[in-house]
Write a protein that binds this ligand. Structure first.
Ligand code: GTP
Ligand code: MG
Length: 196
């Protein structure tokens, strides 16, 4: 698998509009502004495959990128803070929840959290849900370039310790789209999931 082969397939407002639920999908989830779209671009080596923005709530639809006929990457709408009307927020959160619960082809979940404030309640809920659902998780601690290497490593350890009691398939990796920190490691894990 080469993630750089990814091409944009579709933006769907809800799961009914997604491609057929066959093959393997790896989804990127996290709070608004956590760096999901940036990470997708970094991992696929494409500058503007997924749209990024300084304004939280940029990704409002389920964006699908095809790596091959049977392998897809999915950029999910961010949860948590978003300066949008409540009705709209509810709509995306519903799409997100439905996607996570119903999508059979979902085989791995990348959870992106800003390394400076990881494991907020919603992040924890999502990771606990994945653990109970036996869905492997890669927790990417994003924007690691904002911390010294020592502080970043300490944060990774803290998150690992915090999640250890869940006894689940959860990997934790410091990540920076700016510096490509952790990109190789993340790439390998995602390609493994896509090849199962
Ligand atoms: P939504 O689509 O709104 O949910 O956000 P997102 O999670 O897709 O975040 P996005 O990738 O759009 O990035 C949000 C902001 O963080 C942008 O201003 C990015 O430039 C910045 N950012 C993302 N990754 C990094 C990183 O590794 N380092 C630094 N310093 N900034 C980053
Ligand atoms: Mg986005």
């Amino acid at each position: 698998v080469h993630l750089s082969k990814a091409t944009f397939t579709i933006s769907a407002p809800d799961i009914r509009r997604l491609p057929e639920d066959t093959g393997i999908e790896v989804a990127f989830a996290g709070r608004s502004n956590a760096g999901k779209s940036s990470a997708l671009n970094t991992l696929t080596n494409q500058k503007s495959l997924a749209r990024t923005s300084k304004t939280p709530g940029r990704t409002q639809l389920i964006n699908v990128f095809e790596v091959s006929d049977t392998q897809r990457l999915v950029d999910l709408p961010g949860y948590g803070f978003a300066k949008v009307p409540l009705e709209m927020k509810k709509k995306w959160q519903k799409a997100l929840g439905e996607y996570l619960e119903k999508r059979d082809s979902l085989k791995g979940l990348v959870v992106l959290m800003d390394i400076r404030h990881p494991l907020k309640d919603l992040d924890r809920n999502l990771i606990e849900w994945a653990a109970e659902s036996n869905l492997p998780v890669l927790a990417l601690l994003t924007k690691s370039d904002k911390l010294s290497q020592g502080k970043a490593s300490a944060e990774v350890l803290k998150v690992k310790k915090n999640l250890a009691p869940l006894n689940a398939d959860i990997k934790v990796q410091a990540f920076s789209s700016l510096k490509r920190t952790g990109a190789e490691q993340a790439n390998k894990i995602i390609c493994d999931w896509l090849s199962t």
